[in-house]
Design a protein around this ligand. Sequence first.
Ligand SMILES: [Zn+2]
Length: 479
Amino acid sequence: MCKFFNSVAGVALAVATVSSAVAQEEAGPPPILFTNVDVFDGFGPDLIEDANVLVEGNAITQVSTDPIEIEGAFVVDATGKTMTPGLIDMHQHVMLNPPEGTAAYQTRWDDASGGAIAIQYINDHMLVKGITTVRDIAGDPLDIAKAIDMDLIRGPRIYSAGGAIGQTGGHSDWAGRNVPPHTLENGLDMGQATSNTWVADGVDDVTRAARLNFRRGAAFLKVMGGGGVASEFDPLEILGLAEDEVARAVEIARDNGTYVAVHAYHDESYDRHLRLGTRSFEHGFLISEVMVKRMVAKYNETKDIVWSFQCYMSVKSFGSYETMPDFFTHEQKLKGVAAGEGVRRMSKWMNEYGMFIVGGSDIFSPGLVEKIKEDLTCNVEAGFSPAQALKHWTGNAGIVLKWSGPKDPYPTYKLGQIAPDSYADILIWDGNPLEDINLILDETNLQLVMKNGRAYKNTMVDSDSIMYRPAVREPQMHP
Ligand SMILES: [Zn+2]
């Protein structure tokens, strides 16, 4: 991180002369001291009132209600405002944003257009709206992530699963009905052509797909444990990868020091994955109260599993036949209605029994991507407190991201917290989202978006001050 940070620090003074820019680069940017700010630390439940927060380089180094004395700091008075960690969307698909749904790559869009749309959306509807990290959980934005880290384009941090792994006819299989069956070798499927998904049958296919993902920089694996709402051949009730295939995926993930996340809806697939060592459980909207209790008991015993809640897509978008995306078929809409009914039951049990939860929107494509933050407000409508909703999207998420171990692309500091030794991913809100979570939907209330110590949105201080750090490096001319 630091090498990129230092290389762009001089650009903070965008209009400086060459010599002063060089001097600034050598000296590094000044520390930034936020004063008198009410802090949501990522866990809550209460704010730390009238706190002072020091950012040095790309990290938060001090959080204190006592004055912080620091030489040469740029001071930002944040009296009356609320600071939260940058939001973390734990279930994203940034490469699946072309119009007309996930199968659009089959018919109308190539992967270059997919990347172009992704770049636009991750800036306009994620980063500048305060989502500073995404866990991308099917799709392969690994080279986009690399370009972001090199400051070539703007966007959030990305933890990617690489291509999601599923069986022929499962939720990874987006080929048209009349496209011949395909394998990893012949690459006929759009998912394989763009690495967005892998269709894998048998432990050897799973091994190869998993290792290809890790070779490209995946931070964890995503596998398909059952049917999906948006795919064509797989009723929700079916099981996905077989026992030996799941066991192999878990083995390869563990060999790499990281974990498996599963797409699954019901007890049978949750049971299989609980037994075999999967750690991140997506969706689960059709599971029983008994299974919820088993999940909570396992979490309390081991602290090593999480439920990943897609509130908006399940409760609101899938809530009724009429509200589902237009590109869904009749059968897909019926599956969505079932998921919407189930989630109303099981999310209450998860809350009541105290499951460890992260929030992930699963929101993508035009007309929906604009609503990502409604996943947070949906958590409150579903019965969680605003502090819980924020915790799902910050502190808890940061814990799970660190489960990537040696595959963590951002290993130096903590994420999702306003605390020392955390990346300086910071939002400042005009108002208190713990009192009114809906204020996060009005972008004028979001006055500062800082990622990695640099401001990508800033309506708090004059734009010619040191706080204003152009997010994109000026083109560098070689002498
Ligand atoms: Zn998803």
